[in-house]
Design a protein around this ligand. Structure first.
Ligand SMILES: Cc1cc2nc3c(=O)[nH]c(=O)nc-3n(C[C@H](O)[C@H](O)[C@H](O)COP(=O)(O)OP(=O)(O)OC[C@H]3O[C@@H](n4cnc5c(N)ncnc54)[C@H](O)[C@@H]3O)c2cc1C
Length: 373
């Protein structure tokens, strides 16, 4: 079977590699360089602490793959617990954490609830003002850029024809059109991140919107597990001797090509303020940047067959959680392209494609899902 994959981000390279390992003849088209999209800008926080069963299974499989791949091709996965917490007085988030943990435990995630004293005993830097915290033991972090490059290398060694600096369009057939030629394939998987909607727009509408998020790293930092502070809306993880801190989410639709790649001054100042409140200290900024994520009407990805178009599949709408699930979603999409059943809850056919919707950022989506809404 001859398959085209459009987009060499974490999802596209994983799917291309999995297809080649299953004996498909694969061409991987990338408009820029490998990992030049969101995968080259992501924070690399990974965990299996999802309240939704399908997400939890995908994350579980992904963690296993990250650990298998760690140590080869410049890629390293570092095991590290993931803590999420609500501060005193924030009953709404405290309730969501308790309910989410109960649902995660229903499907066997290694997560537990901690009160402030138990949290402080285990993680002394995190104790202050905490109402309730949860810890996921099966978690860790990685450099998404390094993962994407490493798997692109594996894909090429497995026989994938990787063509960088070749923007591709998709037409019925399915056919892939580039500046130079038009080629027929048995199937095409479009994993073009924020550009996916545009790549398939002549075939079918896709309800996905890009939105901007920001992150920074510091030169030094405290000893800490990975952390999401639900009350304040910040996340952080160890990064070298310092921290990687993120938030700065703007729930506003962005043009996929025209957006500000630099971090805003307000964001850098806000992170410094947060570090001081959370850790009683702040540290010099090493690097600060922005990137795009993709939102969908229900917060679940659009990954599977493009409705009404034979042989075309899409993978986008990860709501800021695409890297941590990429090893499993890439594999499952490869199996679907080859005739398997895919990931039914992510089926793009659940939408007409042109419905209006508001952007809800990824962590807020998770909170909504953890309450079973
Ligand atoms: C600051 C930040 C922090 C994040 N933190 C996390 C995190 O901690 N954990 C997590 O799980 N997720 C995180 N994310 C989200 C994560 O980055 C994405 O969900 C994930 O990288 C999506 O991968 P992808 O392969 O779908 O898309 P991308 O990495 O965007 O890849 C798409 C590729 O398609 C290419 N392309 C586009 N159009 C065409 C075309 N016409 N022809 C050929 N190629 C094309 C692009 O150049 C790009 O390389 C974060 C994102 C940002 C911005």
């Amino acid at each position: 079977m001859r398959v085209a994959v459009v987009g060499a981000g974490a999802v596209g390279v994983t799917a291309a590699h999995a297809l080649a390992e299953r004996d498909a003849d694969v061409v991987l088209f990338e408009a820029g360089a490998v990992a030049s999209g969101s995968s080259g800008r992501a924070a690399g926080v990974c965990y299996d602490a999802f309240a939704d069963r399908v997400d939890a299974e995908l994350a579980d499989r992904s963690l296993a793959r990250f650990r298998d791949l760690s140590g080869a091709g410049g890629f390293t996965f570092t095991d590290c617990p993931y803590v999420w917490l609500a501060r005193e007085g924030d009953e709404r988030h405290a309730r969501a954490i308790r309910e989410g943990v109960a649902r995660m435990r229903d499907h066997d995630r290694a997560v537990s609830l901690l009160d402030a004293a138990a949290l402080g005993e285990r993680f002394p830097t995190l104790e202050a003002d905490v109402a309730v915290a949860a810890v996921a033991e099966d978690a860790g972090y990685a450099d998404p850029d390094a993962y994407t490059r490493a798997v692109a290398g594996l894909a090429e060694r497995a026989g994938v024809d990787l063509r960088t600096r070749v923007p591709a369009g998709v037409r019925e057939g399915p056919r892939v059109e580039t500046h130079e030629r038009s080629e027929s394939f048995d199937a095409v998987l479009v994993a073009a991140g924020v550009h996916t909607r545009r790549v398939v727009e002549s075939l079918a509408p896709l309800p996905v919107k890009p939105y901007r998020v920001q992150a920074l790293t510091t030169t030094d930092g405290p000893e800490t597990p990975m952390l999401y502070d639900a009350t304040e809306g910040y996340y952080c993880r160890p990064h070298g001797d310092g921290l990687l801190v993120g938030d700065g989410t703007e729930p506003v639709e962005q043009h996929p090509d025209v957006w500000d790649r630099e971090a805003d001054d307000w964001f850098v100042a806000a992170c410094t303020g947060y570090e001081t409140r959370a850790f009683d200290a702040s540290w010099p900024v090493e690097r600060a940047w922005a990137g795009l994520c993709t939102a969908t009407p229900d917060g679940h990805p659009l990954a599977g067959a493009l409705p009404g178009v034979d042989g075309v599949f899409v993978a986008t709408g990860w709501q800021g959680h695409g890297f941590m699930r990429a090893p499993a979603t890439g594999e499952r999409l490869a199996e679907q392209v080859l005739g398997g059943k895919g990931i039914p809850p992510f089926d793009p056919g659940r939408f007409d494609g042109d419905e209006p919707f508001e952007i809800v950022e990824g962590m807020a989506v998770e909170e909504r899902l953890s309450k079973g809404e």
